[in-house]
Design a protein around this ligand. Structure first.
Ligand SMILES: Cc1cc2nc3c(=O)[nH]c(=O)nc-3n(C[C@H](O)[C@H](O)[C@H](O)COP(=O)(O)OP(=O)(O)OC[C@H]3O[C@@H](n4cnc5c(N)ncnc54)[C@H](O)[C@@H]3O)c2cc1C
Length: 346
């Protein structure tokens, strides 16, 4: 039996971030992941912005989570010798008069530091900007796919990453003081479930109120568009590679699979044509399921009876921003009661 301090199940943004935290702390760990071509973290745009949503509100706990995210990704980037987090401004184009009115109400010091008029202004040959727009200079984008794949290479080189094919839940022997996986010859003092939306089927953390949402994303070739900022108007459009942009995304709560649909494609294209004037060609189309839990906030912590089982999930649409801060809370075991998974299991 090989003995690790921790096992991590799942290598999306949650599992990857937790694994780096353990590595930085000098703890032995092993990541067990089921490889899928299209997961939430592999297709996510990785957008991070201080003002979000239709209501134009400051992102939840922004002042704590954003500094932590920057420090964390800088450290991982240094380890991997590759920049993963890119500071990029985001321009929000107003969709309707309600947004214009809300923006007017946000002219208060708490918000003003995060917003300004677009500089330079949006090019009218590229974008329709009839109701106006504002820019968030302090926005950023995590290359989440690269973060997952490059981290995986590093964990593999440390012999701390294994692909699993079968249902891992059936292979686990969980006792109060630790976990054994006889078929893999592995034992550990604790195990963290970082399974994304698949945690809906986890027998140790049952009946959590998941509200998982499928999302679709297009990769577009737009040769005439030379914009290097991220643009948002109901959907986002973000520079990807030369002449390529990514655009998304949709929200769908019934068909929870990773199959791209014509309806999803149509919805994104229609919304894009609602604010961009240029012709585009679709070069790729992806879909995956976001792990949203009812309250829209992360859910973390330890099983109330089996303390060796940890849980990091519910990162919703903000995994890149939230994972660094909340993985730290989980490992330091100082979990805010409102997001403590134990509360929902007692
Ligand atoms: C279309 C779309 C756009 C998005 N855009 C953004 C964005 O702009 N900004 C942002 O911050 N976030 C965005 N997100 C959301 C963000 O990516 C998620 O918060 C994040 O991916 C969640 O990561 P996770 O690790 O919890 O789950 P996942 O990415 O789903 O990872 C879970 C991993 O665990 C594995 N797994 C599951 N169960 C098991 C098991 N039993 N055994 C072994 N392995 C298992 C899975 O195969 C997978 O590899 C977007 C998501 C989507 C779908």
């Amino acid at each position: 039996m090989q003995h690790f301090h921790s096992i991590i199940v799942g290598q999306g943004i949650a599992g990857t971030t937790l694994a780096w935290r353990l590595l930085f702390g000098g703890d032995s760990f092993c990541v067990l992941n089921r490889v899928e071509n299209s997961t939430s973290s592999l297709i996510a745009a990785g957008l991070i912005s201080p003002i979000t949503g239709q209501r134009l509100v400051k992102s939840w706990r922004w002042d704590e989570v954003w500094p932590e995210a920057q420090l964390f990704y800088e450290r991982v980037s240094k380890e991997l010798g590759e920049t993963l987090l890119f500071k990029k401004a985001m321009v929000r184009i107003f969709s309707d008069q309600e947004e214009v009115d809300r923006f007017a109400k946000r002219q208060i010091p708490e918000y003003l530091q995060w917003m300004r008029l677009p500089d330079p202004p949006l090019n009218p040959a590229w974008f329709q900007n009839t109701l106006g727009s504002f820019e968030m200079p302090d926005a950023a984008q995590l290359n989440s796919r690269q973060y997952i794949l490059r981290s995986r290479e590093r964990f593999e080189s440390l012999k701390a990453y294994h692909e699993v094919e079968h249902n891992l839940h059936e292979m686990l022997k969980v006792e109060k003081d630790g976990i054994t996986i006889p078929s893999l010859g592995i034992k550990a003092d604790r195990l963290f479930f970082c399974e994304g939306a698949e945690a809906r089927f986890n027998p140790w953390f049952p009946k959590l109120r998941f509200n998982a949402a499928k999302g679709e994303v297009l990769t577009l070739r737009i040769p005439e568009l030379l914009e290097d900022r991220m643009i948002n108007r109901g959907i986002w459009l973000t520079p990807h590679e030369p002449t390529l942009f990514r655009c998304g995304s949709t929200y769908e709560w019934d068909q929870l699979d990773s199959t791209p649909t014509d309806a999803g494609k149509k919805q994104i294209c229609e919304k894009l044509r609602g604010f961009m004037n240029l012709p585009f060609e679709i070069v790729d189309h992806q879909a995956a399921v976001r792990p949203v839990i009812d309250a829209g906030k992360p859910l973390i912590g330890y099983h109330p009876a089996l303390h060796c089982l940890g849980f990091l999930n519910g990162l919703g649409s903000k995994g890149s921003l939230l994972a660094p801060f909340f993985s730290n809370q989980l490992l330091e075991n100082r979990i805010d009661s409102e997001i403590d998974v134990a509360r929902f299991l007692k």
